[in-house]
Design a protein around this ligand. Structure first.
Ligand code: NAD
Length: 359
C-alpha cells in the first residue's frame, strides 16, 4: 500500500530537517507518495499569505501531514500559521512525548512523560484587543459594568475562553491515550485556585471524565506552578499530563529540557480523522541553510506519524536507528556533542545518512 502524505517543509531550518527526515522515512521501506506544499515567511512574499488555501486543502484531502517549523514574527505581520492550521483543521490534541534517549546529554535519566495539550482554546484563541483602540475602551467599560471591577484604561486585553466541550474531548483523549499506550496515570494541570471559571471549569470537567476510567487509570490534579517545581525535582512521579493550551505550551518546553532539549522533542497534532506531525521547536532562523541543526525532533515526529498509520515495525526501525546513532555519539550534530564547538560534529544531512546506514 502507498500512503499519500502532505509534506510542509516550513521555513528557517524547516526545509533541511524535513528533507533529512523524508529520506529516513523512505528508507524504512514504507511507501509514501509525498505531496509537498509550501507555507511560511518565504511563501508570504510570493503569494501574499503565509498559509495558501492549497496547503489546507492538501491536508484535508490526505488527512495526514508532516510539517517543518514555521516562523511567526513577534508583534507584527501575520498571526501564527501553526496556530491557524491547528484551528482550521480542529487538531485539538497536541501530544508531545518526552523520553530519554541514551547518549543525549541531560541532567536526568529515564524520563518518560507525555504532554497532552489542548490546542484550540485558552489565551491562544486569538481573541485580543489592542491598547488604546475604541473597541478596547468599549470592552473595558462593559467589563467594569458587568464585573464591578476596575480595569486600567491603558490596558491591552487577551481573552481566555475554556469550554466544557473543548475540555471534555481533550481530557477524554488523554485518558484514551493512557489506556491505549498502557500508561498508569493522568495528571490535570491548571491554575484553578485563581482562574475559577476557566481553569476551574477544566478541572471540574476533568474530574467527571476521570470517573469513567476509575480502576483503570489513576487521576491526579496539580497546580501549574507546583508542577514546574515537581517536574524539575521528581519527574518520575508523573506520566501523562493533560493541560489547557498555554500551560501545555510552556510545560512542553520544560519537559523537552528534561530530556536534553528541543533538538529531540517531537510532537503530534491530532483531530478527529486528521493529524499533523511536527517538532516542538521553532524555525531557528539564524541557522537557516547551514546544514547544521539537529534533525532528530522532526524525525521522531515522523516516528509518531508511522505509529499513527499503524506502521509499528517501520516506526521501531527508524526510532532504533536514531537511538543507535545518538548513543554512539559520533555522527551527530553540534548540539549533541559534549563541546558545541567539536569539529567532528556532522551536518543535518550527514546525520540522516548515518541513521539510514543503521536501518
Ligand atoms: P526555536 O525553537 O526556533 O529556537 C530556540 C533555540 O533552540 C535556539 O537557540 C535554536 O537555535 C535552538 N534549536 C531549535 N531547534 C533546533 C534544532 N533542531 N537543532 C539545534 N538547535 C535547535 O525557538 P524561537 O527562537 O523562540 O522561535 C523561532 C521562530 O520559530 C519564531 O518565529 C517562532 O514563532 C517559531 N516557532 C514555530 C513553531 C512551529 O512551527 N510549530 C514552534 C515554536 C516556535
Amino acid at each position: 500500500m502507498t500512503y499519500k502524505i502532505t509534506l510542509i517543509p516550513g521555513d528557517g531550518i524547516g526545509p533541511e530537517i524535513s528533507q533529512a527526515t523524508k529520506r529516513c522515512v523512505d528508507a524504512t521501506g514504507v511507501k509514501i507518495d509525498w505531496e509537498i506544499v509550501d507555507a511560511g515567511v518565504d511563501v508570504m512574499e510570493k503569494e501574499g499569505t503565509p498559509l495558501p488555501q492549497k496547503v489546507i486543502d492538501s491536508i484535508r484531502k490526505n488527512k495526514i501531514a508532516l510539517k517543518g517549523p514555521i516562523t511567526t514574527p513577534i508583534g507584527k505581520g501575520f498571526r501564527s500559521v501553526n496556530v491557524a492550521l491547528r484551528k482550521e483543521l480542529d487538531l485539538y490534541a497536541c501530544v508531545r512525548p518526552c523520553k530519554s534517549y541514551k547518549g543525549v546529554r541531560s541532567k536526568y535519566e529515564n524520563i518518560d512523560l507525555v504532554i497532552v495539550r489542548e490546542n484550540t482554546e485558552d489565551l491562544y484563541a486569538g481573541v485580543e484587543f489592542e491598547e488604546g483602540k475604541e473597541e478596547t475602551q468599549k470592552l473595558i467599560a462593559e467589563i467594569e459594568k458587568a464585573s464591578g471591577k476596575k480595569v486600567r484604561k491603558d490596558s491591552g486585553i487577551s481573552i481566555k475562553p475554556i469550554s466544557v466541550s473543548g475540555t471534555k474531548r481533550i481530557v477524554e483523549y488523554a485518558f484514551d491515550y493512557a489506556v491505549k499506550n498502557k500508561r498508569r496515570k493522568v495528571t490535570a494541570v491548571t491554575k484553578a485556585n485563581i482562574m475559577k471559571y476557566t481553569d476551574g471549569l477544566f478541572l471540574a470537567v476533568g474530574k467527571q471524565v476521570a470517573k469513567k476510567y476509575e480502576g483503570k487509570i489513576e487521576y491526579q490534579e496539580v497546580l501549574v506552578d507546583n508542577m514546574c517545581m515537581q517536574l524539575v525535582q521528581k519527574p518520575e512521579l508523573y506520566d501523562v499530563l493533560v493541560l489547557p493550551n498555554l500551560y501545555g505550551d510552556i510545560l512542553s518546553d520544560l519537559c523537552a529540557g528534561l530530556v536534553g532539549g528541543l533538538g529531540v522533542a517531537p510532537g503530534a497534532n491530532i483531530g478527529d480523522g486528521c493529524a499533523l506531525f511536527e517538532p516542538t521547536h521553532g524555525s531557528a532562523p539564524k541557522y537557516k541553510g547551514q546544514n547544521k541543526v539537529n534533525p532528530v525532533a522532526q524525525m521522531l515526529s515522523a516516528v509518531l506519524m508511522l505509529r499513527y498509520l499503524g506502521e509499528e515495525k517501520a516506526a521501531d526501525k527508524l526510532e532504533n536507528a536514531i537511538s543507535a546513532v545518538i548513543s554512539e555519539g559520533k555522527d551527530v550534530t553540534y548540539d549533541m556533542k559534549p563541546d558545541r564547538n567539536d569539529p567532528t560534529a556532522v551536518g543535518t544531512s550527514q546525520m540522516a545518512d548515518a541513521i539510514i546506514r543503521k536501518m
